[in-house]
Structure formats: structure tokens, C-alpha cells
Design a protein around this ligand. Structure first.
Ligand code: SAM
Length: 341
């Protein structure tokens, strides 16, 4: 296993398969216009599978398909079927907004996808219209039901909590998840690239979420970290046994245990969600580099990794948006939807 300067292993890879998305969530893609990655720069399935094989050879065991919206990439089950059998990949998962999931859940499960996380920020269609500029709330709910039926090992729901938008729905979302036999994870609103409407006042901290929920449910107990201490969510248990998670990346970052890196759809590899620059893996790949040469590039970069992006953001006085709009237009790889959430 390759370890970085802070002894963090190269264990988890998020693979963005497209920078396109069919939602316009205000915390991620609030603009009217975007600069997209050039079509000919997008990695083919064969190229993605080759890179994942190299990463797996270096110790990556968790792979998550993301985007943009991963289900917008044509024939994602075909890519899934190429990645699932790669030796070393023990956990193949996907994060999706669920809009197209109902149609594809069975095929993805059959192809070897093990776990699915569906983003669900609200149970109210009119709120989704305002938050994500979409009236397809029913399709998301149908996607969640289809995922359960398809027999994924686990279905999780991701909710970005924003003051004045959906912070009054925490309990309803927990109840909904319980009925769906899923687990909800509340994510603190992050100042990632693309979140051009972010402000500190809109962040509902983990502490505040726990206060809101304990007023409703009584004492909430932390669940001890399980087999995966690098998992981003801290888990909690309500008095009736229902569990939920909180990802406190903004107010209590977990850089010290971060084993994640991100591959964009054009083959740029980022060692931190907040990193200014990534490493171009597409150029050596297309120039004919051998697996051993690619592995050497990757492991050398990881061994030199010192990133602690979220902790450095937390230490800033007067924290405001990470990039202004012009900086995002100048380099779309700064966007969360390009980097892969
Ligand atoms: N389209 C897919 C989806 O909606 O799940 C995958 C990509 S999306 C960028 C991945 C995750 O990033 C989602 O759960 C989304 O809620 C989260 N995300 C995006 N912007 C965020 C922000 N500013 N703060 C916190 N989470 C964010």
C-alpha cells in the first residue's frame, strides 16, 4: 500500500465519468452557463478501466463512480462490468442524483455495482424546483425504490443541509430513510469550487444538526467507527435504534484520515477536493505509457501528498467562496461537478 507524507493510504478513488449534470443544484451548479470539458478529452471506458487497474495495483480498494451525473454517461452498466472484476477492487459504488436510476438500477446491480448513494435534499417537490431547477422529484423517489428492489448491499441518501432551505427537514428525511431501509447522511454545506453562492451563515454545523435532532428525539449516541475509519460520515443512533450520518467537512474536517483522490472525466487526478491543480494522467496514457510507468507517476505523487485542503479552509479568517465565477470559467476542473463529489 502506498502512503503519503501523513501516512494516509492511497485506498479510495472517485471516478467522475462525465462533467455534465441534469440538475442545477444551487450549492454546486448555480450558474446559467458552463464551460464543459472538450469531448475528445473524455476518457473512454477502456481508458478508465486501465487506470483503475493501475490504481488497484497500488492499493485502491474502494472505487466510486460519480460526476456530474454518472447516469448521463451512455451505458454505465458496461463500464461497471469492466471495473467490478478488477482484482483488489472490493467496493464499487456510485453517487447519483437518482433521476435516471429507476431504469438502470437492475442492470447496474447485475453488472457488479455493490452500493448506491442517492442525493436527496428535500422531500418537497416545490423545494427541489427552487433548489435544483427540476420538477423531477418523483423520478428521484422512484430511483431510490428501484435501488432497494435491485438488491444493492446498501442504499444511502445524501442531503446537503442549508440554512433557510432544508434545515427544517432533518427529521422527515430520517423518517423517510427508515421506511426505505436506507441511511441518510447530512452533509455540511461546503465551500467547494462551483459553490459560488456559499456563505458561512448558511452552513448548519454538525453540532447544530445534533441539537435540532436531539430536541425532537432525545439523546443521540455516536456509533463507534466501524471497519472503515476513513469513512467521511460520523454515524449516530437515535434512541429507537435508527442510524444516520453527518459529514462535517466544513466545521470538523477529516483530512487526517482522508484516503480519497479523484479522477476527472478527462483523466486529471486530484489528490484533494480543494487542490488547485491536478495531475494529467490522460497525456501519458494516450502517449503509450506502460502500466508500470503510470503506476510510478501515481505512487510518486501520492508519496509526496501533504494536502489538508478542508482543514486549511477552516483555519481561514473571513472564509468566503473558494473561486469566483471567472476563475471557474477559466478552468472548469476547479468545479465540484467536474472533480466528482
Ligand atoms: N450528480 C451526482 C449526485 O447528485 O449525487 C454525483 C455528483 S454530486 C457533485 C456528489 C455529491 O456532492 C452530492 O451528494 C452533492 O450533494 C455533493 N455536493 C455538491 N456540492 C456540494 C457542496 N457545496 N457542499 C456539500 N456537498 C456538495
Amino acid at each position: 500500500m502506498v502512503r503519503d507524507v501523513l501516512a494516509r493510504p492511497l485506498a479510495s478513488l472517485r471516478v467522475s465519468v462525465t462533467d455534465r449534470c441534469n440538475l442545477r443544484c444551487r450549492y454546486c451548479m448555480p450558474e446559467q452557463e458552463y464551460v464543459w470539458l472538450p469531448k475528445d478529452s473524455i476518457l473512454t471506458f477502456e481508458e478508465i478501466a486501465r487506470l483503475v487497474r493501475v490504481f488497484a495495483g497500488l492499493g485502491v480498494e474502494k472505487v466510486r463512480l460519480t460526476g456530474g451525473e454518472p447516469l448521463l454517461r451512455h451505458d454505465l452498466p458496461a463500464l461497471t462490468a469492466m471495473l467490478a472484476p478488477i482484482p483488489g477492487v472490493r467496493d464499487l459504488a456510485m453517487t447519483t442524483n437518482g433521476l435516471l436510476l429507476a431504469k438502470q438500477a437492475d442492470a447496474l446491480r447485475r453488472a457488479g455495482l455493490r452500493r448506491v448513494t442517492v442525493s436527496l435534499d428535500t422531500l418537497r417537490p416545490e423545494r427541489m424546483r427552487a433548489l435544483a431547477r427540476s420538477d423531477r422529484h418523483a423520478d428521484v423517489l422512484a430511483g431510490i425504490v428501484a435501488a432497494r428492489r435491485a438488491g444493492f448491499e446498501r442504499v444511502k441518501l445524501n442531503t446537503v443541509v442549508i440554512r433557510g432551505v432544508n434545515a427544517d427537514e432533518l427529521a422527515e428525511l430520517i423518517e423517510f430513510a427508515r421506511v426505505q431501509d436506507a441511511e441518510v447522511r447530512f452533509i455540511e454545506y461546503m465551500d467547494v469550487g462551483g459553490a459560488t453562492e456559499w456563505s458561512a451563515e448558511q452552513v448548519v454545523s454538525q453540532r447544530e444538526m445534533l441539537e435540532i435532532l436531539s430536541r425532537r428525539y432525545g439523546a443521540i449516541a455516536p456509533v463507534p467507527a466501524g471497519a472503515d475509519p476513513a469513512a467521511p460520515a460520523e454515524r449516530f443512533r437515535l434512541p429507537d435504534g435508527t442510524t444516520f450520518g453527518i459529514i462535517a467537512s466544513t466545521t470538523a474536517p477529516f483530512c487526517r484520515s482522508c484516503d480519497r483522490s479523484r479522477l476527472t472525466a478527462d483523466g486529471t487526478w486530484f489528490l484533494c477536493l480543494y487542490a488547485e491543480r491536478g495531475m494529467d494522467l490522460r497525456a501519458p496514457l494516450r502517449a503509450g505509457a506502460s502500466d508500470a510507468e503510470l503506476a510510478e507517476l501515481i505512487s510518486a505523487a501520492w508519496r509526496g501528498r501533504t494536502d489538508r485542503g478542508a482543514e486549511e479552509r477552516l483555519a481561514l479568517a473571513g472564509r468566503t467562496v473558494l473561486y469566483p465565477r471567472e476563475a471557474l470559467r477559466a478552468d472548469p476542473r476547479r468545479e465540484m461537478h467536474t472533480r466528482g463529489g
